[in-house]
Write a protein that binds this ligand. Structure first.
Ligand code: HEM
Length: 232
């Protein structure tokens, strides 16, 4: 951490940078791509479904890389915590909002939800590459595995979407509950990048990684997916 910011008592609400531009672009592009994948599967527009699936794969590979070299709050090491931290956070939720310590990043419970969402999305996008409807539409890698494997992975791809839908609904529900019950707006930081902290509270602005690093990680993610598809 660097750039010590201190919220002065009469300085009004102070905001600190939490989510860097790459994380915000990742999140909202992911939301748009997941919605597109769902809609195009329903409508049978498989060309666009494939494109949104590849986009999700690129976004996920980017996020995995950014979770290692990205800004401090984006790093897995900063938000994957053990069960004790998760229980402590549950206890803190019983405190009035103005007495609970502010969380700059994913809280320990939210961190596990993020990991779960990323894993399920990765399996969903990965199995799509090996999915076939047995009639007209084949994922790009179906020829590399046996028909029994294609059958199993196609089933996983179809069923897992229901789990993904449930997880996304819980995720959005929890974000809405923070807003309505605890008056804590988690959505604004995911749009503006900055989070308001209580006046008078000393905090350190998180260490950030540059956009050039993000561009390099993104280029690597695109290259990996292009290479994967070229082998098909
Ligand atoms: C309009 C609906 C949505 C809203 C308002 C929303 C809002 C948010 C917010 C506020 C956070 C940060 C939570 C925190 O402060 O810890 C977040 C993180 C996240 N959301 Fe959503 N979300 C939405 C839909 C989705 C969907 C559909 C998915 C995927 C299926 C998703 C996946 C994620 C992931 C993976 C993160 C972690 C971001 C990161 O660390 O890179 N979200 N979301």
């Amino acid at each position: 951490m660097n750039n010590v910011d201190t919220a002065g008592a009469d300085a009004g609400p102070l905001t600190v940078p939490i989510w860097d531009l790459p994380v915000r672009l990742f999140h909202w592009s992911l939301v748009a791509s997941v919605a597109t994948s769902w809609a195009t599967a329903e409508l049978g527009w498989m060309g666009i479904h494939f494109l949104s699936g590849y986009t999700i794969l690129i976004l996920l590979l980017f996020r995995l890389g950014w979770g290692i070299v990205g800004s401090h709050p984006a790093r897995f090491a900063s938000f994957i915590k053990g069960p004790r931290a998760a229980l402590d956070h549950l206890r803190e939720l019983r405190l009035p909002p103005d007495q609970a310590p502010p969380v700059l990043g994913h809280n320990p419970l939210g961190g596990w939800m993020v990991v779960t969402l990323l894993l399920v999305l990765l399996i969903q996008a990965g199995t799509g590459l090996f999915t076939s409807d047995d009639i007209m539409v084949d994922g790009p890698l179906v020829d590399y595995v046996s028909s029994a494997v294609v059958k199993s992975l196609s089933t996983v791809h179809r069923l897992l979407f229901k789990l993904l839908f449930a997880l996304a609904a819980i995720h959005v529900g929890v974000v809405a509950a923070y807003l309505m019950v605890r008056r804590e707006n988690l959505i604004r930081p995911m749009i503006t990048g900055r989070k308001a902290i209580p006046a008078g509270m000393p905090v350190e602005a998180p260490r950030t990684s540059g956009l050039l690093s993000a561009a390099a990680v993104f280029a690597l993610a695109v290259t990996l997916v292009v290479l994967l598809l070229r082998t098909a």
